[in-house]
Design a protein around this ligand. Structure first.
Ligand code: HEM
Length: 133
């Protein structure tokens, strides 16, 4: 896992340095499912982008037991639960697939191995968040 995390961090660095990366992620995520589009309808995307870029860092650091990441993901688990944002566990697949699609367009070194590494790394935080639903 350590090896995957370091490759994923470098990949994220390459993608996030492209101005359009997060916009493209939102665009793909919004169009991934009508249910997701409804959930995000009243969201101020500009405000969310800063939070999201930080949150993705926390998602990446979560599997290696980083304390700050653990706390950040715990907060997201609480805000996304049934009684608050009400994000159903099945919506996270759209999130991952949109992220991977945006990465594949913006990280010039993206390949199948990175695709697998990203999915493996991100799944840990997603499982933890979805378990809290
Ligand atoms: C691992 C995946 C995800 C991460 C890391 C993440 C992260 C975040 C963060 C950091 C925020 C802002 C602070 C907060 O409320 O906690 C947020 C808000 C939000 N997220 Fe997520 N999220 C994820 C998945 C999803 C999914 C699958 C949906 C489904 C539509 C979703 C919908 C929302 C909504 C509706 C808000 C509130 C936006 C607003 O304030 O207008 N999130 N998310």
């Amino acid at each position: 896992m350590r090896e995957e995390i370091s490759r994923v961090r470098l990949s994220y660095g390459r993608a996030i340095s492209k101005r359009q990366f997060l916009d493209r992620f939102y665009e793909l995520f919004m169009s991934s499912s009508p249910a997701v589009a409804r959930k995000l309808a009243s969201t101020d995307i500009a405000t969310q982008q800063e939070l999201l870029s930080q949150a993705i860092n926390m998602v990446i650091l979560f599997p290696q037991g980083n304390k700050i990441a653990k706390n950040a993901i715990k907060r997201i688990r609480e805000s996304h639960c049934r009684d608050r944002l009400d994000i159903k566990p099945e919506y996270y697949q759209f999130w991952i697939d949109s992220l991977i699609a945006a990465l594949s367009e913006h990280d010039p070194d993206f390949n199948e191995e990175l695709d697998r590494a990203w999915r493996k790394v991100v799944q840990e935080a997603i499982d933890f968040i979805a378990e809290g639903y």
